[in-house]
Write a protein that binds this ligand. Sequence first.
Ligand code: IDP
Ligand code: MG
Length: 140
Amino acid sequence: MAIQRTLSIIKPDATKRDVTGKINQMLERSGLRIIAQKRIKLSQEQAEGFYSVHKDRPFYNDLVNFMMSGPVVVQVLEGENAVKVNRDTMGATNPEEAEEGTIRAEVGLSIEANSVHGSDSEENARSEINFFFKDEEICP
Ligand code: IDP
Ligand code: MG
């Protein structure tokens, strides 16, 4: 297995409830190293751009507004098979369907306010990391 990097976002529903530390502990316990991290407020342009793949979905406008409703923590995670390990640690999109012990099952509130984002492929991880981070901000 190869060492990979993936982009993670702790979403506004989670930053508002002060569970950033709990989520980071769950990520680190899965073997994912947090090699870059910053807490930011997304602009409309950033939220729309980041989720542009979903622009034709009925939930797009709500999703963009939700992602701007409070601070987010954007992070680069590194580890063996990091893209899949992070997706497994996050759990299913809908917290009601997420396996016990996953972040979304433990912390998520709804299919929209599901506490975390994670890249779904190595290729998307590369572009999502570049969306938020300069090379010099990543400290492995
Ligand atoms: P993922 O985050 O598990 O990869 P995606 O299908 O890529 O799920 O959807 C992106 C985000 O859009 C989800 O994490 C969630 O916040 C939101 N979302 C997805 N499906 C719905 C829905 O049916 N209603 C409202 N929000 C949704
Ligand atoms: Mg997705």
